[in-house]
Design a protein around this ligand. Structure first.
Ligand code: UD1
Ligand code: CA
Length: 453
């Protein structure tokens, strides 16, 4: 049995007031479109077909070869959009799920249930409905006195009585493929809007005396459709709750889930505590028993176990175990902090490895460097790595001691056990176990002390 999804994504999304196509607006780190395609995967057997139109090039570029694209030009409504998939799918699939790309919270389970219902239906289509108090402009489900579905009535043509109906059209349908292609051609242009409404297809089945089944959903949250940025923020909040609940059920603690922002795809081990106002982005992987935050941003980074990260920003970084960071530390791409590194306030590390047990307590910049195990980086140490043309490397051995405010002018090597005095400007390599000092202050004149007050 072949099941193929047709995702309608050609509409202009006028109400978003955006240059970005609506379906590419992100939710918890991934475009709306991605969420719908993910949810469709467990319910389908074939590559999905996406109907593109407005912003077609951008949408196609995003999709790559993850979907077949068909162009709808001009965009004459949802019925017309579905019709564009016919040439690609005719005689190639048994069932077609048609859904809208602006419904990113629908779950895989729900689509599976829709397909199951249609498989048992002798009629040509099943659709998803929801019972809700707030109609949000959705089409209303009109039922006959015997309870069977009779029609979907769009809000703007609904009678005052129909507007009171609490059962709404979610916008997910499963069709017998052959029936769908024929029926789409029978949909008439809506006289008011000049569009072909997919929703009119229900009446066609009813006219032919064919049963229409409905899967009635009670989770309104899952059926949030996005037409404006207000809806987008509602969907984001709902998705965030869903993601956070999953992590908490897997053993992650959150003091305040409402202010904990975790994108899809982030992995977190058990007994890690994520503190408030923390953002975990993209492909971040965090191990067990860490405390992350408050006020921390982690993007595309890997964190081992038993680390403490307070009020810091990490991007493209790797932390091994028992690392202690912050507040106000910043790791940029290529920063690798091995186990038991301590990095205190106002430090920045980029493209550098700090080996086991390195201590870097205050105000330092380490770039393009390798720092040997147990070395101490004094307050204010700077690797002067950039000569105006290229980045130069600094290498420091094990058990070295870099005095406060040392300037390490790269390229430069300091041996194991090397020491620098406070304020040293080091321009030449320092052998193992050697102390260098630079420019100590000397007395210039005697001062007269002014009495205060
Ligand atoms: C639609 C349904 C409504 C349902 C609601 C649920 C119709 C006529 N109405 O209304 O019953 O309650 O969704 O969210 O179907 N699209 C195209 N080509 C077009 C027009 C639209 O691809 O020519 C796509 C859009 O990109 C969008 C989807 O179809 O992803 C739905 O279109 P939209 O205009 O948002 O429909 P609604 O007014 O929300
Ligand atoms: Ca919509």
């Amino acid at each position: 049995m072949k099941v193929t999804a047709v995702l309608l994504a050609a509409g202009q999304g006028t109400r978003m007031k955006s240059d970005l196509p609506k379906v590419l607006h992100p939710l918890c780190g991934k475009p709306m479109l991605w969420h719908v395609l993910e949810a469709l995967k467990p319910a389908t057997t074939e590559k999905p077909v996406v109907v593109v139109g407005h912003g077609a090039e951008e949408v196609k570029k995003y999709l790559g070869d993850s979907a077949e694209c068909v162009l709808q030009e001009p965009q004459l409504g949802t019925g017309h959009a579905a019709m564009q998939a016919e040439s690609l799918l005719k005689s190639k699939t048994d069932y077609v799920i048609v859904t809208y790309a602006d419904m990113p919270l629908l779950r895989g389970e729900t689509f599976k249930q829709l397909v199951e219902t249609q498989r048992l239906n002798s009629g040509p289509l099943s659709l998803l409905t929801v019972i809700a108090d707030d109609p949000r402009g959705f089409g209303r489900i009109v039922r006959k006195t015997d309870g069977t579905v009779e029609a979907i009535v769009e809000e703007y043509v609904a009678t005052p009585q129909q507007r009171e109906i609490k059962e709404l059209n979610v916008g997910a349908y499963c069709f017998k493929a052959d029936w769908l292609w024929a029926a789409l051609h029978r949909i008439e242009k809506n006289p008011k809007k000049g569009e072909y409404y997919l929703t009119d297809i229900v009446e066609l089945a009813v006219k032919d005396n064919l049963p229409v089944q409905a899967v009635v959903h009670d989770d309104f949250i899952e059926t949030i459709g996005i037409n404006t940025r207000v809806h987008l923020s509602e969907a984001e909040a709902a998705l965030r709750t869903r993601i956070n609940h999953e992590h908490m059920l897997n053993g992650v603690s959150m003091i305040d889930p409402a202010s904990t922002y975790i994108e899809v795809g982030v992995k977190i081990g058990k007994d890690t505590i994520v503190m408030p106002n923390t953002y975990l982005h993209e492909n971040t992987v965090i191990g067990e028993r860490n405390v992350v935050g408050p006020n921390t941003i982690v993007r595309n980074s890997t964190i081992g176990n038993d680390c403490k990260i307070l009020a810091s920003v990490l991007e493209g970084a790797v932390l091994e175990d028992d690392v202690d960071m912050g507040p106000f530390a910043r790791l940029r791409k290529g920063a690798h902090l091995k186990s038991h590194v301590h990095m205190g306030n106002f430090g920045e590390v980029k493209d550098s490895t700090l080996h086991e047990g390195v201590k870097m307590g205050h105000f330092s910049y380490i770039g393009n460097a390798k720092i040997g195990a147990r070395t101490n980086i004094g307050a204010g140490t700077i690797t002067a790595n950039y000569d105006g043309e290229k980045k130069n490397p600094t290498e420091i051995g094990e058990d070295a001691f870099i005095g406060s405010d040392t300037m390490l002018v790269a390229p430069l090597k300091l041996g194991d056990g090397a020491r620098t005095g406070a304020g040293a400007i080091v321009t030449k390599n320092v052998p193992d176990d050697t102390l260098v000092v630079g420019m100590p202050a000397r007395a210039i004149r005697k001062l007269e002390r002014k009495k205060k007050g």
